[in-house]
Every structure is written in structure tokens, then in C-alpha cells.
Design a protein around this ligand. Sequence first.
Ligand SMILES: C[S@@+](CC[C@H](N)C(=O)[O-])C[C@H]1O[C@@H](n2cnc3c(N)ncnc32)[C@H](O)[C@@H]1O
Length: 294
Amino acid sequence: MPKGKNGKVFEVSLRLDSPEKGNAEILLNALVNAGVSPEEIVECEQWPYIDFSVYFRSLKKAQVLKKKMRALRLRGIPTRLKILHKNDWQTKWQEDFKPFCLTRRFSVIPVRFKGKRRFPGRISLFLDTELAFGSGLHATTRFMAGFAERCAGRYRSFLDIGTGTGILAMIAFKCGAQDVAAIDLCRDAVGVAKKNFIRNKCSSIDIRVADANKYRTSKKYDFVAANLITQDLLGLGKKIVQLVRPGKFLAVSGISYNSYDRFRQDFAKYPLRCLKIEKSEGWAALLYKKIGSR
Ligand SMILES: C[S@@+](CC[C@H](N)C(=O)[O-])C[C@H]1O[C@@H](n2cnc3c(N)ncnc32)[C@H](O)[C@@H]1O
């Protein structure tokens, strides 16, 4: 979350009180059309509501978004602007983040619950998410976690492009991958992921600050995971596909419904066979197998 002057953060939030898939999708598209990157939208379910929030350092920018959203006159969806003082925003997210079951095999336990809460039969992932994306609450992460779990035992090496908290790299490691690498262009995220690896006994994961666009390696991986925004996936497509060992897996996520067709058409040029598609809450993810011999 960005810190503004005097530690202030400006939150623009829209509240949906009928959490049907269609409504959430319309709202997400409206935010994206107003210039918000899908990555910046924080979704928080507080039954019976879903809040979609965007955070700014600048009051002016927050006011512009509020004005744009209000101009759309979305019926029954109020737009609010709130000033979060330092203590508010530091605690707000942490308070909302509670232990939960992520997949059949994994649960997420925020670090403050370590030793206090566990889900029998599931592997606990102890997570600090303060400065990085990847709590597992977002559909895009959940889809990827499911793919990594589903393919467990069929990959030995794993590359997590845009690792955020490191959640997918840790799942791969705990699913038996012995050679796990993770990159992120955000230094803060890499710092958080490193600590998460230590607290989850995954210290052998090779992690570094790197921009996927400039990442050079001749190595090929059995599983490449990339939960990025569609535009980045399209730009990085050739490179990402080259990193996958033939016969092995590529999982991509972060594709909003309105860019899904464009994504499918673009990725049709690569030697990939689609094995599984996940779609929910305005987001899509795909699991591919690389075909051919190169
Ligand atoms: C949507 S988050 C995904 C985090 C986590 N892997 C997950 O699935 O929840 C995307 C992450 O990719 C990083 N990222 C974006 N573009 C990147 C690039 N070109 N190279 C490396 N990392 C990138 C961002 O900093 C962010 O941490």
C-alpha cells in the first residue's frame, strides 16, 4: 500500500451489496476503464458486501477516481473517499487478513496467527503480506495455487515470475519441487518473500530482484508460473514460453474477463496445449502444456 505525506493514504472504495459474478465484473471493468491497473484493486469480502478499494498517495488522484466513478452513476454502488492515517492503514489490512483454506492441501496463516491457528490435514503457509501481493485471497493467486498443486509430482524445477509474497514458489517447494526460483521486480516484495521462505522452511528457493523483461537464462523449467497483468503476459509471451521445458507446464493468471479473448488469440501462436481454464470473480487463469521439442 502506498504511503503518502505524513503517512496518509487515500482510499477510494466502492461497495457492492449484491455480490453476483456479473456485478463484480462490471465494477472491475469500470475501475480498469477509469485507468486503474487490475493489480491495484483490493477486493475484500465482508458478507453480504464486497468492497473494491484503490489506494493513493495523492488526494488529487483519489478525487479524480472518485469523480470518474460517481459520473458513471452505477446504481446502488456508492463510491467513498476515506483518509487513512498511518495507524489506520497499517492495521486495517492486517485485521482483515485471517487464516483460511487456500486449496485442498494448503492453508494460509497470517504470521500473527502462527502457533495459534491451524487447519488439520492441510499444510500451513505462514505469510506476511504487508508490502507484497499474494495473500492467497485473490482469485488469480488461488487459481495458480490450484494449478501448482494439481501438477504436483510432475515438475522438479519451478520458476515463479512475479513472486510477490513468494506464495506460489513455496507451494511448489512443498509439492516436492527441488529446484525453485522466484523473481520480482519489486525490491520490497523480494524482501517479504525472503522472510516468508525462512519462516516456512523454504530457504533453498533461489530468489532475486529481476525484471522478467531483462531476465536472461538458458535454463528451462518444468513449471513456469506467471501471475501478471494481461498486458505484461502478452509482452512477455515469447520469453515465458521459451523458459518452459517441452512437455511441461506453463500457468498464467491475472487475465481480466475483458482481455480474455485477446489473450487466447495471441497465445494461440505458441506451441502450447491448454489443459485447464479457471474463471471467477472477473479473472481468468490458464494451465498449458508445452508441445514440440524446443
Ligand atoms: C499479481 S502479483 C502476483 C504475486 C504472486 N505470484 C501471486 O500469484 O499472488 C504480480 C507480481 O509481479 C511483479 N511483477 C510485475 N511485473 C513484473 C516483471 N516484469 N518482472 C518481474 N516481476 C514483475 C509485481 O511486482 C508483483 O509482485
